[in-house]
Ligand binder design. Sequence first.
Ligand SMILES: [Zn+2]
Length: 437
Amino acid sequence: MIPAKPVSVGLRGHLLHFLSDPSLTGSEALQSFSDGVLLISKGLISAVGPYAELSEAFHACDSQYHYPGRFILPGFIDTHTHFAQTDIVASPSPSLLHWLEHYTFPEESEFARTEHCHEVAHFFISELLRQGTTTASIFGTVHAYSCDALFQAAHEYDMRIIAGKVLMDQNCPKTLRDSARGGIEESQALIKKWHGQARLRYSVTPRFIPTSSAEQLRLAANLYHDYPDLHLQSHVAENADEVAWVKRLYPSARSYLEVYRDFGLLGARATYAHCIWFDDDDRTLMANTRTAAAFCPTSNLFLGSGLFDYRAARAAHMIVGLATDIGGGTSFSMLRTMHEAYKVAQLTGLTLTPEDCFYLATLGGARALGLDQFVGNFQVGKEADCVVLNPESTALTTRRFQKTKNLSEQLFVMMMLGDDRMIEQTHIQGSPKLDQD
Ligand SMILES: [Zn+2]
């Protein structure tokens, strides 16, 4: 039983959100109120500003939450993850294709059992909330029921998520194979049932080029273009062996990404994880088609896949979001993911600012997923999903925080030293979702 949403909610604390991309607009991008108030009416933001101006309205709210010394940010947005890989996080493997064969495919086979789908979906959604992640673009398995279970679990918390059943009709174990047409029919049934219901959206989900026949890829593109607001998610150019495999399958294609282009699988609301083994023509193609990249630093480091070249992506005006890629990724935490993204960028000749990283994890992620009309910042009218960060979550962060000289340094300390312990509360449409000790 979901308790009814309070009509009006007020949140008070150090409010912080982005109005634009700080790499383009500099300090104007960030709006911050050190003693700020967020007013929420029926789950939507109705006002944001300093407490001095909104104190009367704050105290008139049906529910009031005061977080002194805490930061209140828009909820984190994870642009690429796999709920069915929750239980294989931290499985050692030399590389992607070995990982798929030895861990991913056996684990995903377990999702033929409906009770397993429910149990993992509930854990996964709870873990997102515990980490301050309020929106994610999520892969199911090939089993349509895996998506039903995931959507049900997210719906219980009123979350805005995107998900899809994996399309996979070749080059995988028989138990995980659909058929070109059957996979599309199952996707259509899921779209009818879930897409646009409450805050849920469907994403057409071919795993990657090698595991779908040409017919399945063609049908997937048709399905994606049949609806004006459907999403699409897949993987591209993650690992050198994978790129070579695609070259053998499509020898006349100039690049891996161009195989997707030739099938009609690039465009707005399409998100591709990794994008490591790209050249500048690929980056320009991503930008020109408004296709987004999901930057998955912990996964890319863990599987030794390579370094995402964010400097080159930025130069090409690619749309980029940040992602955990559980279970190739090693953490559900978007703070940890920012931390690793910073290090990867360092190795590719780009020093990201903390503002860049928090933008990527909030408004940047919303833009990458094509959801920025709903979430990503505190603009009036948007859905009020927020995370409350406690900078004094450990003895070390408490000590280090006392030495910080400005807001930028405080953000840097939080993303370099923070983890799930820093998440004090997660609000979905104004309502707190974490039990307090
Ligand atoms: Zn992935």
